[in-house]
Ligand binder design. Structure first.
Ligand SMILES: [Ca+2]
Ligand SMILES: [Ca+2]
Ligand SMILES: [Ca+2]
Length: 474
């Protein structure tokens, strides 16, 4: 087979040159969408689904190959990829470079191009428009997903996915980032993995892992503490941070549950990551009650506990459904003690008219975990600076982390001013010492920091200018 360039060469009209080495700003969610056919893309109508059809690739199989290529990079980073709908606005339309409500951060489209290119990808960090991260396949080329004639879709997309993460070409022939298409690829090289970790940092363990993990029912992390069990439901977020990660939990059925009632354990990865997870629920004798398997195209899973027994211990475990890239990612678990109870909701992003008087450490505003989340697992606030020279102060409690002394926390801050820069932040411990925060990623308007926080302590956060703040998984 003749070799073909896969690179982001300047064949197409571009407003900015491709720059590599800039990561996505908000790594907690990088969204992906498939552009509907007919959507304008550089003067043509996108024909991705026609491309699949022409190649005899079922649309779901083609989409899965592309998502797997993206996920193959994401598993080595803190990034959770989230599949969202695409409303079909023209590719490159003005909007938010990340988090636009109309389409994914990474949009997948196709159009006819010259036959010396398989696809074109705009890396994050290039100035300007919503094209950042977008992948446009060349519909003049024949792709396959089953080793038939044409270019292996997963292998070709592995290089485009690398570009969509900000990784440039490699001169290592074994790397999928090698400029020439060289047949089917199985995955990344050690150098590719080192490159993407260098840009994003490693995928941290979640706060429910003991020092030796929560891999077995015997080492299960305790969830649904007595103080929060009075609620009808209990929600937490955790993460399968490697293909071999297994997460076991146990809880006591609350006393307010009627004996014999049906309760359930719900698992969702939709809206959280691309993980395909399996959940198994066990009784106090560790006998299996029920199990279910998630897919990134499904809306979530429920395992019922019929005839619940108040005061009894129950266990459940979460792990990857299959040993592949989709075994990794964030997930949300909800223990529903009252299936008729209201759903937990998270408030949206809105700028308060005025923040109030949290301009000093002594008047720091206490952050509150939104209703329905495990206390201390997630905080979120929108703030506005009253006076440009003063800071805003917040205080919050770090997670207890099951007896460990340290936890890893991520703070993402985004400016709400058009053209503004992400505000500077400082996190201090109870004694007023600054915690060492590492910048793990940034964009023009947002920045994510990772820091090691002492467990179960009051921490203070100082924000230097107005912005929107997310705190997740301390
Ligand atoms: Ca984009
Ligand atoms: Ca885990
Ligand atoms: Ca684990």
């Amino acid at each position: 087979m003749t070799t073909r360039r896969l690179s982001v060469c300047q064949l197409e009209v571009r407003f900015t040159p491709a720059t590599f080495g800039v990561p996505w700003g908000d790594t907690s969610r990088v969204t992906v969408s498939f552009v509907p056919d007919g959507t304008p893309v550089n003067g043509s109508a996108s024909n991705l689904f026609q491309l699949f059809q022409h190649a005899g690739i079922p649309a779901a199989v083609g989409q899965d190959a592309i998502l797997k290529a993206l996920q193959t990079w994401a598993v080595h980073t803190p990034v959770n990829l989230i599949l969202v709908a695409d409303q079909g606005q023209a590719v490159g339309v003005s909007g938010s470079t990340q988090g636009d409500a109309h389409f994914g951060d990474i949009r997948i489209a196709a159009r006819p191009m010259a036959t010396n290119v398989l696809a074109v990808t705009e890396p994050p960090g290039s100035a300007g428009d919503t094209r950042q991260g977008d992948i446009v396949l060349n519909s003049n080329m024949l792709f396959n997903t089953a080793g038939a004639g044409g270019y292996d879709l997963f292998s070709a997309m592995l290089q485009e996915a690398g570009h969509a993460f900000g990784i440039g070409n490699s001169d290592e022939p074994a790397s999928p980032m090698f400029e020439q298409y060289s047949g089917a690829r199985q995955g990344l090289t050690a150098n590719d993995i080192a490159d993407v970790k260098n840009l994003y940092g490693s995928r941290p363990a979640d706060s429910f892992e003991h020092s030796s993990g929560n891999e077995t029912l015997a080492a299960a992390a305790v969830v649904a503490s007595a103080s929060s069990r009075r609620a009808g439901a209990w929600v937490f977020h955790a993460d399968l941070n490697s293909q071999t990660d297994a997460d076991a939990y146990r809880f006591t059925m609350p006393s307010h549950v009627t004996a014999g009632a049906t309760t359930n354990v719900r698992l969702a990865t939709t809206g959280v990551s691309l993980a395909n997870a399996r959940i198994r629920v066990f009784d106090e004798n560790q006998q299996l009650i029920g199990e279910a398997t998630d897919s990134h195209f499904s809306a979530g899973l429920t395992v019922n506990i019929s005839e619940a027994q108040p005061g009894k211990t129950y266990y459940f475990s979460v792990n990857g459904a299959e040993a592949n890239a989709f075994a990794v990612g964030g997930y949300r678990v909800k223990l529903v003690f009252d299936p008729a109870g209201p759903e937990a909701t998270v408030t949206g992003d809105s700028v308060p008219a005025r923040q109030g008087s949290n301009n000093l450490l002594g008047s720091a505003l206490s952050l509150v975990t939104p209703s329905g989340y495990d206390s201390r697992s997630y905080y979120r606030v929108a703030g506005r600076l009253d006076l440009p020279l003063l800071a805003d102060w917040y205080k919050f409690q770090s997670a207890p982390v099951n007896g460990q002394a340290q936890s890893v926390a991520t703070v993402t801050i985004r400016t709400l001013e058009a053209g503004g820069r992400p505000p500077a932040i400082t996190v201090t411990d109870t004694a007023g010492r600054s915690l060492n925060a590492e910048l793990v990623s940034s964009t023009a308007d947002s920045a994510s920091y990772q820091f090691f926080a002492p467990a179960d302590q009051t921490l203070h956060l100082k924000v230097a200018t107005s912005g929107l703040l997310y705190l997740s998984r301390p």
